[in-house]
Design a protein around this ligand. Structure first.
Ligand code: LHY
Ligand code: ZN
Length: 156
């Protein structure tokens, strides 16, 4: 089921998401499925739960070439629950971003070039990943949503 994408101005986008505490909750798995289909239908490369009305620490990084980001690297969509940014390089890169909650806007945003993240899978197992460049950018954009930050409201 594709969920309604909250747009800028909706107060939920400025709120802080809560950690997931019940991994066996069927509602959590329904949310994840809905986020994955919403992401596909909107040709997105990333999505955070608050954008579909759920104040839970769930985000998806799903870089793939598509009309909106033709040179995005191809990767399997990764569902991250209760993500923690363990390290972010001081080296920053300027790059173009869009947001499914801010239609028709693109912005140049400075992001760390590399991030190290710890997160839980939908099955509840703890993982770590290191990303550079576009996947790192998408993660930082989604991670911002979990603390109520929307791009273009960041100070370069
Ligand atoms: O709005 C979202 N995610 O919150 N989706 C953006 C994600 C994104 C992030 C960074 C750079 C480009 C694109 C999208 O266009 O798919
Ligand atoms: Zn966004």
């Amino acid at each position: 089921m594709t969920l309604r994408l909250r747009q800028i101005g909706d107060p939920i986008l400025t709120q802080v998401a809560e950690p997931v505490s019940h991994f066996r909750d069927p509602d959590l798995h329904r949310l994840i499925e809905s986020m994955l289909s919403t992401l596909k239908d909107s040709n997105g490369v990333g999505l955070a739960a608050p954008q579909v009305g759920s104040l839970l620490q769930v985000l998806i990084v799903a870089s793939r070439p598509n009309p909106r980001y033709p040179d995005a690297p191809q990767m399997q969509p990764l569902v991250m629950i209760n993500p923690q940014l363990l390290a972010a390089s001081s080296e920053q890169v300027l790059g173009w971003e869009g947001c499914l909650s801010v239609p028709d806007r693109r912005g140049l945003v400075a992001r760390s070039r590399e991030v190290e993240v710890e997160y839980y899978t939908p099955q509840g197992s703890r993982q770590r990943v290191v990303w550079q460049d576009f996947p790192a950018r998408i993660f930082q954009h989604e991670y911002d949503h979990l603390i109520g930050r929307v791009f273009l409201q960041r100070h370069p």
